[in-house]
Design a protein around this ligand. Sequence first.
Ligand code: ADP
Ligand code: MG
Length: 347
Amino acid sequence: MIEDKNQAKTPLTELGEFGLIDHLTKHFEIKQSSTIKGIGDDSAVLDFKDQKVVVTTDMLVEQVHFDLSYAPLKHLGYKAIMVNLSDVYAMNATATQVTVSIAVSNRFPLEALEELYAGIETAAKFYDIDIIGGDTTSSTTGLIISVTAIGVANESDLVYRSGAKPNDLLVVTGDLGAAYMGLQVLEREKEVFKVNPKNQPDLDAYTYIIERQLKPEARKDIVKLLKDLEVKPTSMIDISDGLSSEILHLCKHSKVGMELYENKLPLDPQVISTCEEFDIDSTTIALNGGEDYELLMTISQEDFPKIKGNPNLTVIGFVTEESKGKHLITRAETSIPIIAKGWNSFD
Ligand code: ADP
Ligand code: MG
């Protein structure tokens, strides 16, 4: 949060658009055999042979999706890739390439964009994807990052939102609500910092939830795990807007209802303790928090023995006939309708 006055600051005008693109991308390596041509021509060229290709785009806008007063640019670059890869994995596909487009104002020096691209490059390296192009333009105010991710799958492996059937199990990966609570802590510290900039926050008790907010990981490992377990979900979606919102999407596209059990919701101890500290109900956070980038899926009952006891997968409910509606069964065994209170950029 503290600006380093000694840090070098090279104005972007010194490089010009082409110099900037070249500077940021010149050392990118191509690793995927499907990338015929990456950065450097009018278009990239890809070859996926007889596999199906999935394409997805997400945009991150300063002051809408991120706040640079606490989000380090390196983490932001990493996260911009993650939110896109998460959508590829939610199709049960393998991510292979991304394009990265940025609109940037001249308040950013070259060094800031180097940080952003260091995060992008780290993500590409860890997740084994090629950066094959993008666009660079100016913005009069904030920073905008738009990423398009490309992936492949055999047609028979693709999982849509529309395949859930009554009696299927509702399964979620990882734990819920941590990214949202991490954001609450960061927002609180930002306010404290405004009042007293000398106050260095002690964030040791919140490391997990802050990391989940600033540097999420897309669940590439789950696509592999499902393959290894020989489980093909009947439907799947990634959790970006909050569990309840995603449940409603699966129900709508699959024309089914769902019952969700409050006592099955996976929560990290740091989420529980931070919810207590902020006096917020942890179930509300698990349902509506958003930005978890976990995968929510339905699987056939027959596959239950294959996933039983797996620490990455938690059964949180089951699928019903559409006419039964969507309900949360509380710890007190009351049934309340699930409504979407997820994050909405038009709120
Ligand atoms: P054009 O004028 O044909 O759109 P550009 O000069 O914008 O080409 O881009 C030149 C090359 O650099 C293209 O391969 C493009 O995909 C790539 N590129 C441009 N901006 C970025 C960026 N921010 N990140 C990665 N690649 C980029
Ligand atoms: Mg261009």
